[in-house]
Every structure is written in C-alpha cells, then in structure tokens.
Design a protein around this ligand. Structure first.
Ligand SMILES: [Fe+2]
Ligand SMILES: [Fe+2]
Length: 397
C-alpha cells in the first residue's frame, strides 16, 4: 500500500511536559513535513523509575494544555488506556491498524536512542517506524553516530536531527518545584498553573506562604485571592488577641476558600477520592461543599495534617459545637476581613473585639436568618454552634 501520510509518534513519561518537548515536536513537524504528531504519555515507563511519577491523568492533562495551540499535535491516551508497562511495539502495532496508509516515525530522547536495543522487540519496531532523535547538549555525538550506524546495519531507517537542543529536563522541573524555584521559563503558563493548582511535585512537608499564594492564584479569581489574604491577616489579629496559634491562623485563613471556585463536579470527585461521606443535607447544600472539599484538599493534597487547621477550614461556613479558639477566629475573620463591606460589618467588627462568642452569635444569626429567608436548609452544625454560644452568653449574664 502506498504510504500517503506521515505521522510521528512522540512517546515519553512527560512528567511533566516542558518547553523543550514541545519544541522538539514542532521541529520534527517542520523538518519531516509531518501531517500529524501524536504525543503519547506512557502509562508506566518500562525504562524509568516510576517513583516520582504523578498520575497518568495529570500527565495527560498537562500534555493537552501544553499543545492546545498547535493543530498538528494530538495527544493520545492509547498507552494510558492500555495500562501497565507501555511497550512501543504494542503502540506501533495498534497505530498501524488505525493509520494503514501512513509512514510512521518514532521520536525518542537520545538516552532512549542509545539504549534502544534493550527495548522489547527492537527489530520489529525498526520494521514499522523510522527511528528519530535529537542529541542533547551533553551527549557524546560520536557514540550517538556509532549507534545510528549500528541500527542502519540492522536495516533500520534513522533520523538524527542536527540541531541544538535545550537541556531542560523534567527532572529539573520537578526539582525546581520541590525547591520552590521558578519554572516559568521551562513550561508554558497553563502547565505551570496546573502544577500549582494540583499541588504536584511540591515539598509537602514544609510551609511556604509564597507557594500557598501561588496555589491560590492558580485556583481562584483576584477578588477571592484578595479576600483569602485579608482573612489570613484578620485571623492572625484575632489569634493574637484571643490566644490561638498565629501561624495556624495564617495558614487556615489563607487556605480556607481554596476550593471555593472549584467546579462542583471536581469538588464531588475530590470528596469521593478521599472517602468523605456527606449527610443528606450536605448533598443538596452546594454552598457547604467548599468547606468540606477545601479541608480535604488542604489535608490530603497540600499535606497539612494539623487537625485544628483542617477543622477550622472544614467548619468555617457553618461553625459547630465545641469549636476551638482557632476555629472561631477563622469563622469570624471570614466575616470581618478588611475588604468586607456588607451591612452590619462594623457591628460584627466591634463584637469581634469584644468577645469571640458575641461575634459568633452575630455571624451565625446573620447566616442562619439569611438561609431561612431563602427557605434553604440549615446545617445542624450551625444550629448547634448558635445554641451553644447563646447558652454560654446567657450563663455569663
Ligand atoms: Fe468560604
Ligand atoms: Fe471566605
């Protein structure tokens, strides 16, 4: 059959995809006059250590973001769907059936090119595709050429592009993210935002406010971000006044609305992923979700397992009986932060300087009556909290 089309396959773990990957793809499209380039993230690389690998879905998502503006590049989930170790021979066999009239090119990193004979069925791969690579800056070109000659002698068709390739690597990007160093010149803006929004490759063990702010910015509008920073400041002020831990107040205040602008289906997926059961009332009260999914995000994805911080986020909208001082500070700070300007905010601020309980009662009566006026269900946690502070204040009289 005459081969009328040219398609290149560019596989890899893409953990994460970076600018050099995209440049290589574009270079081959131009040099080989390709009709299409298939970017194929592996499910599990047989050649690499998988310990630092993020989920296949995350790598696939990032690939799609990185090439969304390039019409000739298509991201394929063929290997991810197949699961298990991804062998190129299996992919090529599948693709031959999908593209019968097509000349297939196989693009690989020079490290993979050098070890190609160790792959599964290299001869069969050679018979199905033209083997292509680009040297890296630090490659031994003589060794690469010798290897190319060896493959040719075995009957392979090869292409080694003679261009200067950037030495950006996924390992470097993961290291930079872990060390809180910039990656903005190494990956496109959308991929950078994805890494922050999903908190991948991060050093989960340490608190870094600049990083937290970057995560927030990747997940919310400017207005919500300003609110989050203002709540953190107000929470620290209240913590200082009422004797809660100021650092915990800052963290909880900053992160309390982290999933507030996350689409509802994603919030549901998050709660399901971490096995968080919802009551019947919570299932139908979407306004409560961001407190629940936000606490899960902070605990399981950001890795902050401080119970008080997580509870402060979990109950920042409803309150609950037996709240800690920190929980109350976050609940109140959400009402009294500097940028708030609703009717009654000054009264709430005055009360917050007088007593935590009086401010709680005011805030709760505000939100409970608002819900009741809309005929919306009222979280029993809010009622329990309200009754508790009312009784505490009555007992003080
Ligand atoms: Fe909130
Ligand atoms: Fe808030």
């Amino acid at each position: 059959m005459k081969k009328t089309r040219k398609i290149a396959i560019y596989g890899g773990s893409f953990n994460p995809i970076h600018n050099a990957h995209v440049n290589i793809a574009l270079l081959f499209i131009k040099k080989l006059k390709l009709d299409k380039l298939l970017l194929i993230p592996t499910a599990e690389s047989p050649h690499k250590d998988n310990s630092e690998m993020v989920s296949a879905q995350a790598r696939l998502d990032m690939c799609k973001l990185a090439v969304k503006n390039f019409k000739k590049i298509e991201v394929s989930d063929i290997e991810i769907k197949r699961e298990g170790k991804s062998y190129t021979i299996d992919t090529l066999t599948e693709l031959e059936k999908i593209y019968p009239d097509t000349e297939l090119y196989l693009i690989m990193g020079s490290d993979m090119f050098m070890t190609f004979l160790e792959w599964k069925n290299p001869e069969a791969i050679m018979s199905k595709a033209i083997i292509c690579t680009v040297p890296r800056d630090d490659d031994n070109i003589t060794a690469l050429c010798e290897m190319e000659e060896k493959y040719k002698a075995m009957g392979a068709k090869t292409i080694v592009l003679d261009v200067k390739k950037s030495d950006v690597s996924s390992t470097q990007i993961r290291r930079n993210v872990f060390d809180d160093k910039s990656i903005s010149k190494l990956v496109c803006e959308d991929v950078e935002r994805y890494i922050f929004a999903n908190y991948i490759y991060m050093n989960k063990g340490n608190v870094n406010y600049t990083r937290f702010q970057a995560v927030l910015k990747s997940r919310m509008s400017d207005k919500r971000f300003i609110h989050s920073v203002a709540v953190a400041d107000e929470a620290v002020r209240l913590a200082k006044k009422y004797g809660a831990d100021e650092e915990k107040a800052k963290i909880a205040g900053l992160l309390h609305d982290i999933t507030k602008e996350t689409p509802h289906d994603e919030q549901v997926a998050l709660m399901e992923r971490f096995n968080i059961p919802l009551t019947d009332l919570e299932k139908v009260s979407q306004k409560l979700w961001h407190a629940i999914s936000g606490a899960a995000f902070v605990k399981y994805i950001i890795g902050i397992d401080d119970e008080d911080i997580c509870n402060a986020i979990r109950y920042h909208t409803s309150g609950r009986a037996n709240m800690s001082v920190l929980e109350k500070c976050i609940f109140i700070a959400d009402f009294t932060s500097a940028e708030r300007n609703y009717n009654g905010v000054e009264e709430m601020r005055n009360l917050s300087n007088k007593s935590l309980e009086e401010a709680m009662r005011y805030g709760l009566s505000f939100s409970i009556s608002d819900l009741a006026s809309k005929c919306a269900a009222i979280d029993p946690n809010a009622l329990a909290c309200y009754n508790e502070v009312v009784l505490q204040l009555a007992a003080k009289k």
